[in-house]
Design a protein around this ligand. Structure first.
Ligand code: OGA
Ligand code: MN
Length: 221
């Protein structure tokens, strides 16, 4: 089941939280996002909270709660591990466990900041846990399909302690001008990028955990 975040109530409650208190940190990611259409926010979640989400993921996995992710839309969905090898579980905002709840609250504050700064008109957020087992990847793709997708901005929170460059698994974002930017899936890092930008997940040699989500310019029914 997908989440249905009630922004009107939450934004009021959260306007005092997190990013509003760190103007320096905030400006750098806002500037990055404005210049490139992506931002890499290190330390978005601290070690304790990242580890907390990881243990919530493991609990769900132990209850057989993950499914192999598919590609394509609605009636043309299919599993294709030559394109995408991750296992996912959609997060239900109403029933999110504690540390995941903390993450959702921080995202609500971040979305408020994005709306305020860039007039993006984001009205909702959907997300899932993702697990890439060793040997998997996600080939180059876009998250926003031309025919009316409400996805505006993609986000990925990485949850991997002690990640080494040799572990692979980087996110590569391709800018329209030809530059590419690589983000290591380090614990606590949040990547955000315009959903229309091409990107890929390079082959990982370790289990790679994350929460992947999309900011939508319409509400989920
Ligand atoms: C996706 C995706 C990127 C990542 O799930 O659509 O592009 O770094 N994920 O996990
Ligand atoms: Mn993607």
């Amino acid at each position: 089941m997908k989440p249905n975040v009630d922004f009107t109530t939450k934004l009021a409650v959260l306007s005092h939280l997190s990013f509003a208190q760190h103007p320096k940190n905030m400006n750098s990611w806002i500037d990055q996002f404005e210049q490139h259409g992506w931002a890499e926010i290190k330390g978005f979640m601290n070690e304790t909270d990242s580890a907390g989400i990881r243990s919530e993921i493991i609990e769900i996995q132990n209850n057989n709660g993950f499914r192999q992710a598919s590609i394509g839309k609605q009636d043309s969905k299919s599993v294709d591990t030559s394109q995408r090898g991750d296992f996912i579980r959609w997060i239900d905002a109403q029933q999110a466990p504690n540390y995941t709840r903390l993450y959702l609250d921080k995202m609500t504050a971040l979305i408020e900041q994005l709306n305020y700064t860039f007039y993006l008109g984001i009205r909702d957020y959907e997300c899932h846990y993702a697990h890439y087992p060793p040997g998997t990847f996600y080939k180059k793709h876009v998250d926003r399909h031309k025919n009316g997708s409400p996805r505006r901005v993609s986000s990925v929170l990485y949850l991997n302690a002690d990640w080494q460059p040799s572990d692979g698994g980087e996110l590569v974002i391709y800018e329209p001008e030809g530059n590419e930017h690589r983000i290591q899936p380090l614990q606590g890092t949040l990547a955000i990028f315009l959903s229309e930008l091409e990107h890929e997940v390079l082959l990982t040699s370790r289990d790679r955990m994350s929460i992947t989500g999309w900011m939508l310019n319409e509400t989920i029914l």
